[in-house]
Design a protein around this ligand. Structure first.
Ligand SMILES: O=C(O)CCC(=O)C(=O)O
Length: 411
């Protein structure tokens, strides 16, 4: 854990030249704070001074984080802010523990208690996650949310929903129930795998009520805007409960009462491609890494995709194979082979959006993108308990048809 902690704390050293004026100085000061933090024992007054100095530097980082457009803020400031926040919380936690153990001690302490800033056994971030869960339980309850009305509607139609997801010319992907590892390893194109999530506690537990009760006050990154390719798209940090009340509940109600068009007119927020299971270890224990992921190299990258009806992930490709596991709600996915990239008109190399198609595949402009007409299209209507296997490099476009909770495993 000491090595992990050192790695984590020092991981903010690469800063882009934009900040070359101030960053070296800040980094030097941060190094001095780290030296104080790393000293084997800290008296309570030393710990308090260190926490105050960290807070001052955090304030500087906070200002930098809120200067200009978020896309232009060097990642250095985010990393620095996170590390300082870690030290402050860690010191506070240690101080409380020391105070608690002194209260329990029958003999009066002769010398001031000494604080050990170093973590004991588990990864420091996992320890903090546990602490956050305990603190959350003491906060006021988040108002209960109404039962979802958009999911039953989406379930009612098992056909491709052309009205919302656009006309389709492709064939439907095959469904397989728990194929053997050998069979799975031989797959050359997308399939829907059934039966791999049946034992996940998430299948029984996960809905918005459960998420908000347990983690409603936790801060999550939300993508704001209809598509990440749009100019007005951005990201905001907010509590999960705010995400639900601003984006999920209104869009669910509009989808249920007035249909997809009305839903799409409302602002869209999407908790997309976020390592929420690392942030909330208890949530992770409701899931399981599918056995098929052992066919990849090392640990899979696990991301959550939680959102309202009619989120759209524009057509793009990823370098790793994927199992997109659907816990709640429905998604309409269009897929195109990796080797047909020239028919998908990718955004030019070197661009932030490289690996993303320029085509709106739901309503393609064939005059502008004529080759797309010849692309092989596969269609997947993904429902609860189903996992979509997307081989590496396959292009995919994803629209949620109801509010939706999915977990992806890139392996
Ligand atoms: O579910 C989504 O919106 C997109 C998922 C995706 O693109 C992925 O898992 O790679």
């Amino acid at each position: 854990p000491d090595e992990l902690l050192a790695d984590f704390l020092s991981g903010c050293v690469d800063f882009p030249p934009a900040d070359a004026d101030v960053a070296p100085l800040v980094l030097y000061e941060f190094g001095r704070l780290m030296d104080r933090f790393a000293s084997t024992e800290l008296r309570p007054d030393e710990a308090e001074n260190l926490a105050a100095d960290c807070r001052s530097m955090q304030e500087l980082a906070w200002h930098r984080l809120h200067t200009g457009h978020w896309k232009d803020v060097p990642v250095f400031w985010r990393r620095l802010y996170a590390r300082l926040a870690f030290i402050v919380v860690w010191l506070g936690q240690q101080q409380r523990q020391a105070a608690d153990s002194q209260v329990g001690d029958e003999r009066p302490a002769r010398t001031p208690g000494r604080l050990r800033p170093r973590p004991a056994a588990r990864h420091p971030l996992a320890q903090l996650a546990g602490l956050a869960d305990r603190l959350h339980a003491r906060l006021p309850a988040v108002p209960a949310c109404p039962p979802c009305r958009c999911c039953p509607l989406a379930e009612a139609t098992r056909d491709w929903p052309a009205a919302s997801a656009g006309p389709a010319r492709g064939r439907t992907v095959v469904r397989l129930t728990r194929p053997s590892l050998e069979e799975f390893g031989r797959l050359k194109e997308p399939v829907i795998v059934c039966g791999v999530m049946d034992h996940w506690p998430a299948m029984q537990r996960w809905d918005w009520r459960y998420l908000l009760d347990r983690w409603g006050h936790r801060t999550v990154p939300i993508e704001i805007g209809s598509r990440y390719t749009d100019d007005d798209w951005g990201q905001q940090l907010m509590p999960l409960s705010e995400f639900f009340s601003r984006f999920v509940a209104p869009r669910c109600a509009a989808a249920a009462d007035s249909g997809p068009k009305a839903c799409e007119r409302l602002p869209c927020g999407y908790l997309a491609q976020h390592g929420l299971l690392d942030q909330l270890p208890d949530l992770a224990s409701d899931t399981d890494v599918p056995d098929y992921c052992c066919l990849g190299d090392g640990e899979p990258d696990v991301n959550c995709w939680f959102g309202p009806p009619h989120t759209v992930s524009p057509c793009h490709q990823d370098p790793k194979p994927n199992l997109l596991c659907q816990v709640r709600g429905f998604k309409a996915v269009r897929l195109y082979p990796a080797e047909q990239s020239d028919r998908l008109y990718p955004v030019g190399g070197g661009h932030l959006l490289a690996g993303t198609s320029r085509i709106d595949v739901e309503r393609p402009d064939l005059a502008e993108f004529p080759l797309f007409d010849g692309a092989d299209e596969l269609l997947a209507l993904l429902g609860p308990g189903e996992a979509l296997f997307i081989p590496a490099g396959w292009w995919h476009h994803v629209r949620s048809l109801s509010c939706s909770l999915s977990v992806s495993f890139w392996f």
